[in-house]
Design a protein around this ligand. Structure first.
Ligand SMILES: NC(=O)c1ccc[n+]([C@@H]2O[C@H](COP(=O)([O-])OP(=O)(O)OC[C@H]3O[C@@H](n4cnc5c(N)ncnc54)[C@H](OP(=O)(O)O)[C@@H]3O)[C@@H](O)[C@H]2O)c1
Length: 413
């Protein structure tokens, strides 16, 4: 097994270097480092597909900034990527992660507006979970002085997605009502906070019971994810709600549509129900797909309902709406500076603890966002249990599903 691990790691690094083009040229960075640490996903599957390894230092191209990363966001989407549970995923090996923050270390040509030393946060089309990231300046935003790196890593994806769904897609206005699933999670808490910036909004939140004490003040009504939420909402609001934000999919699509008031908007923005175990389940995928209400536009017309979909990553990286996202980010940073919103950070993890961090989301343990803190050292307990590989890749392959027996560290606020 150890030999197999070594071969895999060698192939991984070779393939990444070959695919990355510029990264094959190992260039001296200002700090003289030619290599950096990064999390690598060696193939789609369980937690054992993640490891930390060394990778050639990237250098910024025309229009790119090079960021010395301080912290990265870990999202539910990253679990789905790891499992290969997304449409058209890139071929592994790959460096996961879609957002990070840090300090600009150097800039390419044509990068007006950014200088070495700027504190920034950025979206990245993969490759965020590394000590150094190069990304086009269209996806880079300056951090407010008072924002910490942990907050910045928790900010971009959650708040931009929440804001665009509420204000760009559903046109949230005074007096409306919103239903949100996974209310204790990263996006859920961003939705709750943004709703509180508009007068008289009723938020119906759904979350695992043990989170209720922690998040009860952020929403108006809170239900356990195992109850019949349609009945519970209708007891309070027989007409239903104005906006349903559905990140679960499956039979929640039909339920969400049935809860809409006339002129209400249902938005599908995730498919968490497809994740039922550590690896991709074709059964869960098929079940979720099969259970989705097949929508007839004539019915929507008769019932005066709006159905929408939202994917921030597609909007940014496939549909080129960077300037729209930038304008949203400007508004969000104003709200942050006015102290009207503030990202909720669940816990900080070292890169080498990425498996344990992901397991925490699988276990539904998080309240707010998980952060990979580049400067954090793994705890000694984790170190024995870590994913770190030597460059020779002498890591034993683990059996999938054996993670349940491992001790996990309490999280750190
Ligand atoms: N379309 C977009 O642009 C966009 C952007 C960001 C996120 N998203 C989607 O929004 C959702 C939330 O994302 P997030 O990053 O903020 O994550 P998150 O809500 O922090 O994710 C973790 C929480 O999701 C809930 N959950 C629901 N189904 C689960 C499952 N099968 N396994 C484990 N936990 C499950 C659990 O909370 P409870 O047990 O309390 O329910 C868990 O604590 C995800 O579906 C994600 O894909 C979409």
């Amino acid at each position: 097994m150890a030999k197999e691990g070594a071969e895999t790691t060698e192939e991984t690094e070779y393939m990444i270097d070959r695919n990355a083009g510029i990264e094959t040229m190992v260039v001296e960075s200002p700090g003289n480092a030619k290599e950096m640490r990064a999390v690598i996903l060696t193939g789609f599957g369980g937690l054992n597909k993640l490891r930390v390894t060394k990778k050639a230092m990237p250098e910024p191209q025309d229009g790119e900034v090079k960021i010395r990363v301080k912290a990265c966001g870990l999202n539910f989407l990253d679990l789905m990527v790891r499992q290969g549970n997304i449409e058209n995923p890139p071929k592994p090996p790959l460096v996961p992660g879609f957002e990070c923050c840090g300090i600009v270390e150097s800039v390419g040509e044509n990068t007006e507006g950014f200088e070495i030393g700027d504190r920034v946060m950025a979206f990245v089309n993969y490759n965020a979970w590394a000590e150094v990231v190069c990304t086009p300046l269209d996806y880079v935003y300056k951090m407010p002085d008072e924002m910490t790196f942990a907050e910045a890593a928790a900010f971009s994806l959650n708040f931009v997605a929440a804001y665009m769904m509420l204000f760009e897609v559903a046109n949230l206005r005074e007096g409306m009502s919103v239903l949100v699933h996974s209310a204790g999670g990263g996006v859920g808490q961003a939705v709750a906070q943004l709703c509180s910036t508009v007068p008289n909004i009723t938020v119906f939140g759904i979350a695992s019971c043990f989170k209720h004490a922690a998040i009860k003040d952020s929403v108006t009504h809170l239900f356990d994810r195992n109850v019949d939420y349609i009945q519970e909402v209708k007891k309070i609001s027989p007409e239903g709600v104005d906006i349903v934000l559905d990140c679960l999919c499956g039979d929640n699509t039909g339920k969400g549509l049935s809860l809409l008031k006339p002129l209400g908007t249902y938005i599908l923005y995730g498919a968490s129900n497809m994740v039922t175990g550590e690896t991709k389940s074709f059964f869960s995928f098929a079940k979720s797909w099969w259970q989705v209400e097949k929508v007839n536009p004539i019915k929507l017309y008769e019932e005066n309902k709006v159905i929408a979909g939202f994917s921030l990553l597609n909007l940014l990286f496939k549909q080129g709406r960077c300037s729209l996202v930038k304008s949203v980010m400007d508004k969000l940073l104003c709200l942050y500076e006015q102290k009207k919103i503030r990202p909720v950070v669940d816990s900080l993890w070292a890169l080498e603890e990425v498996k344990e961090a992901m397991q925490r989301i699988h276990d539904r343990g998080n309240v707010g966002k998980l952060i990979l803190d580049i400067e954090k050292s793994p705890t000694p307990l984790m170190a024995n249990d870590s994913t770190e590989t030597s460059e020779a890749g002498e890591e034993e392959e683990e059996q999938e599903g054996d993670n349940d027996s491992k001790e996990r560290m309490p999280f750190i606020h």
